[in-house]
Design a protein. Structure first.
Length: 226
C-alpha cells in the first residue's frame, strides 16, 4: 500500500507483551516520535484480561486516535493482540487508513514455552496452577484460537531473535532452535507476512535494541526492513 512520505498525520500504536505495561515500549515510542510519528502506548491487562477483551479495548483505543493513518508495533503477546484485533475487523480500520504492522517476537504459530507454563496439549503446567496464573488468560486464548490469515495488500513484517536469552528456555528446555530465549523462530512465522527477519537479539531485549528499532523504522517508513 502507499503511505504518505510525511508522517504528520500518522500514528504508531505500540503494544507491550506479557507481564509488562505501556511503559515497556518507551524506547520504541521515543524513536518513532523522533522520526515524526505520533507514537502512543496501548496498555492492557496482559495476565487477567481475556484476548477478546483486550482486542476490543485496542480497537476502541485506535478509533479514538485523531490521526488518519495508524501503524502498529507489537512485542510478543502484544504482537498477536494486534493481529487478533485487526483480523476481527477484516484488516481494516473504520474511518482510517491501516498503515504498516511490525510484530517483534510474536508467538504467532505457537508457543512451546507458553504451553509448558500453562499446560495444554503438551501436558501439565510446569508450575502447576501458579504457571497458569502467571501465563494469564489471553495467552491461553490465543494458543487455542484459529490463526488469522493475513490478506494480500497488508504490509506486515516480523522480527524474530536467535540470541537464546530469555525465560522460556528454562520453562521449555526443548525449545526448538533457533530461538530468542522465549519464542522459537519457527513459532514467529506468519503466513502472508511481507517480510520475516531474524536478528541476533533476545526476546525481552527487543524492546531496547537499536538494531531492532532501526529495522522497525525502515519497515514503517518503506514497507521493508532493508
Amino acid at each position: 500500500m502507499t503511505v504518505a512520505a510525511h508522517p504528520a498525520d500518522e500514528a504508531v500504536v505500540c503494544v507491550h507483551g506479557l507481564w509488562l505495561s505501556g511503559f515497556a515500549t518507551r524506547y520504541w515510542r521515543t524513536r518513532f516520535a523522533r522520526a515524526g510519528y505520533a507514537a502512543c502506548a496501548f496498555s492492557y491487562p496482559s495476565v487477567r484480561g481475556r484476548l477478546a477483551h483486550n482486542t476490543a479495548a485496542l480497537a476502541r483505543f485506535v478509533d479514538a486516535l485523531p490521526q488518519g493513518t495508524v501503524h502498529f508495533a507489537g512485542h510478543s503477546l502484544g504482537a498477536v493482540t494486534i493481529a487478533a484485533m485487526l483480523a476481527s475487523r477484516g484488516w481494516r480500520l473504520p474511518g482510517k487508513r491501516l498503515g504498516r504492522i511490525v510484530l517483534a517476537g510474536p508467538p504467532f504459530a505457537d508457543s512451546r514455552a507458553g504451553r509448558a507454563l500453562i499446560g495444554g496439549r503438551d501436558g501439565a503446567a510446569v508450575l502447576g496452577r501458579l504457571g497458569g496464573a502467571l501465563a494469564g488468560r489471553a495467552l491461553g486464548d490465543w494458543l487455542e484460537a484459529r490463526r488469522p490469515d493475513v490478506p494480500a495488500g497488508v504490509d506486515l513484517g516480523v522480527i524474530a531473535g536467535d540470541a537464546r536469552l530469555g525465560l522460556g528456555r528454562m520453562l521449555a528446555p526443548d525449545l526448538a532452535r533457533p530461538h530468542d530465549g522465549t519464542v522459537s523462530v519457527d513459532e514467529t512465522r506468519v503466513p502472508g507476512a511481507r517480510e520475516h527477519l531474524v536478528l541476533p537479539v533476545g526476546h525481552t531485549a527487543m524492546l531496547m535494541s537499536p538494531l531492532v528499532m532501526r529495522h522497525m523504522l525502515n519497515f514503517v517508513r518503506h514497507g521493508s526492513f532493508h
